[in-house]
Structures are given as structure tokens and as C-alpha cells.
Design a binder for this molecule. Structure first.
Ligand code: GLU
Length: 283
């Protein structure tokens, strides 16, 4: 059975972009006679707020967008993330990293390629030093080179009927866990998508760059292979993003203005945006 999901972060009130994402996930689930799951990405305890979790429920109710099964809260799943990380650690696919942001900036002062700033690999290949680990704050990074070897090469994924291929430049020694957070977005996302039986990941095209490394983690952890649908992003008419700190109207504000949420959701499913907004393919 097809299962899609909507996975908002409760770090602010939802805006039109979130409503569009939820509408796309529900539409894809309905089209396949499947289900839609809801996950609350509240891993970042510094920025997540209970009132925003409540806000998500309120906004979805107003939109008439329901979900199937239980809501999954990432803040309650530290044990699952720790055991995922441990499995990677046992196979030598992650390493502790003691670099501060400043260390990384300094090492990156040399020019880097079009793929952006990759971690320079300062801590990779160091002999493990449990005493230092006990003493010093550190994160755990994926050894992407080794991981790709173990996985048998560059992962592929299915997106809207096409088979897409990742390139070596899509991979970095990304952080999978930190002292203050049991998992990074990538690790939590793949473990939870699998736990909720998600077979079709529907999300904004701004997250497309996350798919290669998430596919790699799925292969390494034996998590199965969902399909992907990266949808266009809602922007202002002039192409500006609806960043939370921007002046994008929240769904709560639209509700107060008397907008009909159900009607809005139905229009979004038909790719029809309110005046002043449009759908944009990020470059
Ligand atoms: N929580 C993420 C966000 O709100 C979405 C993660 C995902 O869909 O993979 O941007």
C-alpha cells in the first residue's frame, strides 16, 4: 500500500508552502488509494515549541487535511536513532568529529567546487580515542567514501516514473549525530520514514539535495527504498521564498482573515495558488 507523509518542523507557524506540501502528500496518497502519515520533526529541541505543534494540528484541521495512524514525534525516538547510529559505527561507517565551526571554516578557506562547501575530512581516519570522546564534545559523521563502497556504488532513486542517479559530488561526510542531538535530520528522516512504512516521500524540491545521502543511509541500514516526489515551492509572485522569518502570511493569519481552509486545500491540490503567490522550481 502506498504511504506518503507530511513532516513539518514545529519551529514556527505553518505558511502556504506547508499547506501545499501537505496537500501534495494527501493528493498522492489518495490517487493511489493509500494513506498519509504525519510526523512532527521536533528533533531540534532548542527551536521546537509545543505551541507550534498545537498550531500544526490546528492548521491541518482547518485545511481539512487528515492523516492516518498515529503521529510520530521525533523527540521521542532517541533510542531508535542511537541504535541506527550504533549499527553504522559497528561497521566503521561513521567517525567522531571534534571540529568546531571555526576549524571547518579555516580548513575550507581553500576554494571548493560547485557542490558547495564539503567537510574537509579533518577527523576522518584518526584512530578512535574513547578517552577524548568522553572528555570533548563531538559529533558523528558518515564516512561517505567508505559508505559508498560498502553500499556497492552510487545510489539511485525513482522519481515520478524515472530512475535518477546520484553523483559522487552529491555526498559529503554529513553529521549524523551530535552530543546535544541524538540524530541529524538525515538519520532521523530515514529511520522514521521506514518506521511509518512510507513508500512515497513527498516534499519540497528544496530538499532534493538530501535524497542521495538519505538513499545511501537506507541502503546501509537495510531500510527499503521509497519513491520520491519533490514538488515545486510556493513563492511570492516575484519568486521570493516564503521563509518563516519573511513576511509570509501564516495559515493562522489566513484563517483569522476568514479564508476557507478546505477550499484552499482543494485549490492547492489543483495547483491553483491564491493571488500574489506562484509555484517555482528552485534553481
Ligand atoms: N521537517 C522538514 C521541513 O519542515 C521536512 C523534512 C522532509 O520532508 O524530509 O522542512
Amino acid at each position: 500500500m502506498v504511504a506518503t507523509r507530511f513532516a513539518p518542523s514545529p519551529t514556527g507557524r505553518l505558511h502556504l508552502g506547508h499547506a501545499y506540501s501537505a496537500a501534495m502528500a494527501l493528493k498522492a496518497a489518495r490517487a493511489a488509494g493509500g494513506v498519509m502519515r504525519l510526523r512532527i520533526d521536533d528533533l531540534d529541541q532548542g527551536r521546537s515549541r509545543p505551541e507550534h505543534v498545537e498550531g500544526i494540528f490546528e492548521d491541518l484541521r482547518w485545511l481539512g487535511i487528515g492523516w492516518d495512524g498515529e503521529v510520530l514525534f521525533e523527540s521521542e525516538r532517541s533510542d531508535e536513532y542511537a541504535s541506527g547510529l550504533e549499527r553504522l559505527r559497528e561497521r566503521g561507517l561513521v567517525y567522531p568529529c571534534f571540529c568546531t565551526r571555526a576549524d571547518i571554516q579555516e580548513a575550507l578557506a581553500a576554494p571548493h567546487g560547485p557542490g558547495g562547501a564539503h567537510y574537509p575530512g579533518t577527523c576522518r581516519g584518526r584512530p578512535d580515542d574513547p578517552a577524548r570522546r568522553a572528555r570533548e564534545a563531538h559529533s558523528w559523521r558518515l564516512d561517505a567514501g567508505r559508505a559508498l563502497d560498502v553500499a556497492g556504488g552510487l545510489p539511485t532513486w525513482r522519481e515520478e516514473g524515472r530512475l535518477l542517479r546520484s553523483g559522487r559530488e552529491d555526498f559529503d561526510d554529513v553529521i549524523l549525530a551530535r552530543k546535544d542531538a541524538p540524530a541529524s535530520y538525515h538519520l532521523a528522516c530515514v529511520i522514521d520514514d521506514a518506521a511509518q512504512g512510507v513508500t512515497l516521500v513527498v516534499r519540497g524540491a528544496d530538499l532534493r539535495a538530501s535524497t542521495p545521502v538519505q538513499r545511501l543511509l537506507q541502503e546501509l541500514l537495510g531500510l527499503g527504498e521509497p519513491d520520491y516526489l519533490h514538488h515545486r515551492l510556493v513563492t511570492f509572485e516575484d519568486g521570493r521564498r516564503l521563509a518563516k522569518r519573511d513576511l509570509a502570511p501564516t495559515l493562522a493569519a489566513m484563517r483569522e482573515e476568514g479564508v476557507d481552509g478546505r477550499e484552499l486545500a482543494a485549490r492547492l491540490m489543483d495547483q491553483s495558488l491564491p493571488l500574489g503567490f506562484r509555484l517555482t522550481e528552485p534553481t
